[in-house]
Write a protein that binds this ligand. Structure first.
Ligand code: HEM
Length: 138
């Protein structure tokens, strides 16, 4: 792609009609005009986010890799954020909180392992203690 132009959010919001529709997904700008009629999800949803940040809407649907390829083919350029622009969508971090549960799961696994190990040690200790007791009482 030779198009590396940068547009501001204000530039993008000027393209919000059916005949001229830009979308922002993950801080990149896409021209969805030619795709509106082909979109399997319908034109309404695209028009709803026309000229806006569609990251959340796009990611919420769980679009396929094929959809992402189509999206890349519609690339216009990058988004240049200006002071006062709407904040970038945090969907990626909130929907992919995968890192947090993952680490949690890992530490839980380790915790469980330690617990089993400690339990085993305690049982062994108790067994040895009882053995000693019964031997000394002989
Ligand atoms: C230019 C951006 C977009 C492209 C290239 C695109 C592409 C596609 C494609 C190829 C599919 C078929 C299923 C798949 O492959 O995942 C699809 C389905 C769908 N899309 Fe999009 N999409 C875009 C934006 C959006 C947005 C902003 C929404 C907003 C909610 C949306 C909502 C949906 C829905 C609901 C479906 C499911 C339709 C069904 O299975 O009945 N899409 N899209």
């Amino acid at each position: 792609m030779s198009e590396t132009q940068e547009l501001t959010y204000a530039d993008v919001s000027a393209h919000s009609g059916k005949k001229d529709l830009y979308l922002v997904v993950h801080d990149k700008i896409y021209n969805a005009t030619t795709f509106i009629d082909e979109h399997p999800g319908g034109e309404e949803v695209l028009l709803d986010v026309g000229g806006q940040d569609a990251t959340e809407a796009f990611e919420d649907v769980g679009h396929s890799d094929e959809a992402r390829e189509i999206l890349e083919g519609l690339l216009v350029g990058g988004l240049k954020r200006m002071p006062g622009d709407p904040a970038p969508h945090q969907t990626t971090s909130s929907s992919s909180t995968s890192t947090a549960p993952k680490t949690e799961g890992a530490s839980m696994g380790v915790g469980l392992y330690a617990l089993v190990l400690l339990g085993g040690l305690a049982a062994f200790g108790a067994y040895k203690y009882l053995q000693m007791q019964s031997e000394s009482s002989k």
